[in-house]
Design a protein around this ligand. Structure first.
Ligand code: G3I
Length: 432
């Protein structure tokens, strides 16, 4: 269970509107905007161009599911998941792990198990997989879709449920032991409407877990909407009600039939209105990548062009602010012992949002239209997200070179990792 709680955000209202989803989410309100990624698509350059440009968070669509990671009992297979994690982390995109325990997509050997044999196999799976990815996963969907649809408010019947009602908390405790720094989430669909029995049942479980100290940090609302009509008008109430339990909320698998701009805009604004809504993940990039491609539910068409809903989301993100509990840390100051920057252009740092365990920085370059800027970060601080430049790192991971890619301003988020006073230093600005 990570300690990333009570994240507070202070917003720099003067920031220029960002031009990509991830950058605007990060820059304007310290959030992420992510997508599900399929390993098989990573060789498609049209796909990766959009992925790398637009998104700062990734969820493997199928590659971390139980059938993918433990196809034979005790034999673990991480190749495709590792490829996605590597792709994401080398570009400073955060990774959501999906999913450790689920009634669906179980390998054959698990489907045939029951009782304590299944319980132990499930717990071993959680432990092994969370250990393999330890330190690389920001949020785990520890348990997925464990409640029944309809009016019962009951748990979904499954082989896992039949091992005993405490299987969910047992999975959370195992995940916490294996990766204490990951944020641990319960993830489900049809928990969007605050009045639904399923929503209320999940709410009561989270409330119970919080009251008994079960390590749960967050709730994921998948939000697979079948159209504007079933985006519920009380969605924001649902988000804020879960948040009031002391957990973060995430919109984890967003797609909307025919991608109506209004519904996409409303979902985005609802997340932005709730301080503990940490970000939005769409369930695929282009309509042709979607699990329901016939409904054209995503933000890019099959040719990779931005749809109207994309513009609506981007505009909403750029308007987004969440000024709750501003952090009173003094503004970043330069280190007086650092030599002045060298080179033939000028790079100026503007301190940005400070929230929780991280802060944003933007840098504006003048005196050159194409340039490269070298920025040093003080370890153990680490850059976690970047936008509006082309970034590369030296072998220490503490010095980054940023090349212009059309904008004269770039930005990045830095994790403080225990050092809350150091701030990035410009080493040089070189035209050309
Ligand atoms: O890769 C194989 C291919 O080799 C084979 O020929 C083909 C024949 O069926 O199957 C392909 O695998 C499919 C896989 O998607 C990749 O396309 C599986 O059959 C199919 O079951 C799988 O569907 C996934 C589904 O979860 C079931 O796990 C979807 O891609 C994925 O988008 C969907 O995601 C779920 C979330 O995990 C949980 N919430 C709901 C969401 C939508 O159903």
């Amino acid at each position: 269970m990570g300690l990333l709680v009570g994240a507070a955000v202070m917003v720099t209202s003067s920031a220029q509107a960002a031009t990509t989803l991830g950058a605007s989410a990060a820059e304007r309100s310290g959030r992420y905007f992510g997508t599900a990624v399929a390993a098989s698509r990573l060789s498609d350059s049209a796909y990766t161009t959009i992925l790398n440009r637009e998104f700062n968070q990734v969820t493997p669509e199928n590659e971390m599911k139980i059938d993918a990671t433990e196809p034979q009992q005790g034999q673990f297979s991480y190749g495709n998941a590792d490829r996605i994690v590597q792709h994401a982390r080398s570009r400073n995109m955060q990774v959501r792990g999906h999913t450790l325990a689920w009634h669906s997509q179980q390998p054959g050997w698990m489907q045939n198990m029951s009782g304590s044999t299944l319980r132990n196999a499930m717990l071993n799976h959680v432990t092994q997989v969370a250990t393999h990815f330890r330190g690389q996963i920001a949020w785990w969907d520890v348990v997925n879709e464990a409640f029944a649809d309809g009016s019962s408010g009951a748990r979904r019947d499954s082989n896992l449920q039949r091992t005993g009602n405490d299987w969910i908390e047992a999975a959370f405790r195992a995940a916490d032991a294996a990766d204490p720094n990951a944020q641990l989430c319960y993830n489900d669909y049809n928990i969007d409407n605050w009045n639904d029995a399923k929503t209320q049942a999940v709410y009561r479980m989270v409330q119970d877990f919080r009251s008994r100290g079960v390590p749960i940090d967050c709730v994921g609302l998948q939000s697979h909407f079948t159209g504007g009509s079933n985006y519920p008008s009380n969605y924001r109430t649902t988000l804020s009600s879960f948040a009031a339990l002391g957990v973060d909320v995430h919109i984890t698998e967003l797609d909307i039939r025919n991608a109506p701009s209004d519904a996409y805009r409303n979902v985005t604004n609802d997340c932005l209105a709730v301080a503990r809504c940490k970000g939005i993940t769409v369930w695929g990039i282009r309509d042709s990548d979607s699990w329901r491609s016939g409904e054209s539910p995503l933000l890019f068409n099959g040719s990779g062009q931005k749809k109207a809903a994309y513009d609506a989301v981007l505009a909403a993100l750029n308007n987004g602010t969440t000024p709750t509990n501003p952090v009173t840390t003094p503004p970043p100051t330069g280190n007086p012992t650092t030599p002045p920057p060298s080179g033939n252009c000028t790079a100026t740092i503007t301190p940005g949002t400070v929230w929780g365990d991280r802060y944003n920085t933007s840098v504006t370059v003048s005196g050159a239209s194409t340039w490269s800027v070298v920025v040093a970060i003080t370890a153990p601080q680490k850059v976690s997200t970047t936008w509006s430049g082309s970034f590369s790192w030296d072998s220490s991971g503490n010095v980054m070179t940023v090349r212009s890619n059309g904008s004269n301003t770039f930005g990045f988020t830095t994790m403080m990792n225990g050092n809350s006073s150091a701030r990035p230093q410009i080493r040089s600005c070189t035209a050309g």
